[in-house]
Design a protein around this ligand. Structure first.
Ligand code: SF4
Length: 330
C-alpha cells in the first residue's frame, strides 16, 4: 500500500498545539498544556495511518489541528502539496472551503454526530447541496446511491437517526463523510462505541471504501487491536508526542518502545483474561506539568538515569529506516 515515489497526501512536521490555562491563585505563571508537541508523520495516498495511545495523550487534539479546528503554535501541515497550517499560512476563504471538502471526519458517537431533526436524505446530501454538486431535485437519488455504497437500505432515506442501530448510524456518518469525494478521512475513535461484531463490519466498510475511492485515513483509537486490523502503518502517541511509528507488522511484532510493548501486552487474548490489564505502574502524568526527560520514565520498567534528564531523539531502524522510536534504549 505504501508508495514512497510520490509526495505524501498529508505531511505533518514538528507540529505543536498548546493550550493555556487562565492564571489563578495557585498558578504563578501561565504554563502551557502541551497537548501536541513536536509531532511529525506523513500519510501516503490510499494509506491508513493508525494513531494509538491512552485517553488524553493528544490524539484528538492532533486530529482537530489537522482539520483546522485548533491552531498550532509551531510546525506545519502540508496537504496535497499545499501548506494549510503553520507560520505564514493564511488560507483564503475559498481554499478553506475546498479543504473542508477534501478532508472529512467521522467521530466516535454516531448519534450525537447526527442532527435528530433531519432525515437521512437531508443529512447525507447537505454537503452536496452546499458545494452545489447536485440540484435540490437530485437529493433523493444521491441519498439512495450513498446509502447503497455504505450498505444501508436505499429506501430508508426518509427515516430519522433514532430509527437506526448504532452501527447503521455510523454508516450514515460514513455516507456523509464520503459524499464530497474527500481524499482524507479522519476517523476519531470511529468504532469505539460499537459492539465488537459491529466494529468488524464498519472496519471492513472503511477498507472497502479505501479501495473503491482511493481514500486515505488517519485512524485514531485507544485500541491497538482495532487499529492493527486496518492500518498500514501505526504511530504510538504518549503525552503529546509520537514515541514510535512504523509499518503495522513491525510495530506489532517487533515493538521497540516500552510503552508500545505495554499496549500490546494489554490487548486481550482469548483464555488469558489477566492479560487485559495494562502492565504499567503509575498514572499518566498531567500534560500541564510533564516529567522532565522522557515523559514515560515514571512508568517505564527500563528507565535509566539519562531518561530522567533528557528527552530521547528519534532514531530509525528497519531496512529503509521506516521504523522510528524515541527511546534511550536505542
Ligand atoms: Fe523508558 Fe528511558 Fe526509553 Fe523513556 S527513554 S521509554 S524511560 S527506556
Amino acid at each position: 500500500m505504501e508508495n514512497t515515489s510520490i509526495a505524501p497526501l498529508l505531511d505533518v512536521r514538528n507540529l505543536a498545539t498548546w493550550f493555556y490555562m487562565p492564571k489563578n491563585l495557585f498558578s504563578r505563571k501561565n504554563d502551557p498544556i502541551r497537548a501536541v508537541d513536536r509531532v511529525s508523520f506523513f500519510i501516503n495516498q490510499k494509506e491508513t495511518l493508525g494513531l494509538v495511545g491512552e485517553s488524553g495523550c493528544g490524539k484528538t487534539t492532533l486530529g482537530r489541528t489537522i482539520l483546522g479546528l485548533e491552531t498550532p503554535v509551531d510546525g506545519e501541515i502540508i496537504f496535497s502539496g499545499k501548506k494549510i497550517a503553520g507560520a505564514g499560512t493564511a488560507l483564503k476563504a475559498k481554499d478553506e472551503k475546498n479543504l473542508r471538502k477534501r478532508m472529512q471526519v467521522v467521530f466516535q458517537d454516531p448519534l450525537s454526530s447526527l442532527n435528530p431533526r433531519m432525515n437521512v436524505m437531508d443529512i447525507v446530501t447537505e454537503g452536496l447541496l452546499e458545494f452545489k454538486m447536485i440540484k435540490k431535485k437530485e437529493r433523493a437519488d444521491a441519498a439512495r446511491r450513498l446509502m447503497g455504497v455504505v450498505g444501508l437500505d436505499k429506501d430508508a432515506i426518509y427515516r430519522f437517526p433514532h430509527e437506526f442501530s448504532g452501527g447503521q448510524r455510523q454508516r450514515i456518518n460514513v455516507a456523509r463523510a464520503i459524499s464530497l469525494n474527500p481524499k482524507l478521512i479522519i476517523c476519531d475513535e470511529a468504532v469505539s462505541a460499537l459492539d465488537v461484531s459491529v466494529q468488524a463490519q464498519v472496519i471492513n466498510l472503511f477498507s472497502d471504501l479505501r479501495e473503491k475511492y482511493g481514500l486515505s485515513y488517519l485512524f485514531i483509537s485507544h485500541d491497538l487491536s482495532v487499529v492493527s486490523n486496518i492500518a498500514d502503518r501505526i504511530a504510538v502517541m504518549y503525552l503529546g508526542r509520537i514515541v514510535e511509528q512504523g509499518r503495522c507488522e513491525d510495530v506489532i511484532f517487533s515493538p521497540m518502545h516500552p510503552y508500545t510493548r505495554a499496549l500490546i501486552d494489554a490487548v486481550p487474548v482469548a483464555g488469558k483474561e489477566k492479560q487485559q490489564k495494562m502492565p504499567l505502574s503509575g498514572d499518566v502524568p498531567s500534560p500541564l506539568s510533564p516529567p522532565p526527560g522522557c515523559t514515560f520514565h515514571p512508568r517505564c520498567p527500563k528507565a535509566m538515569d539519562v531518561c530522567r534528564k533528557t528527552f530521547p531523539d528519534v532514531v530509525s531502524s528497519g531496512v529503509i529506516g521506516e521504523h522510528r522510536v524515541a527511546c534511550h534504549l536505542y
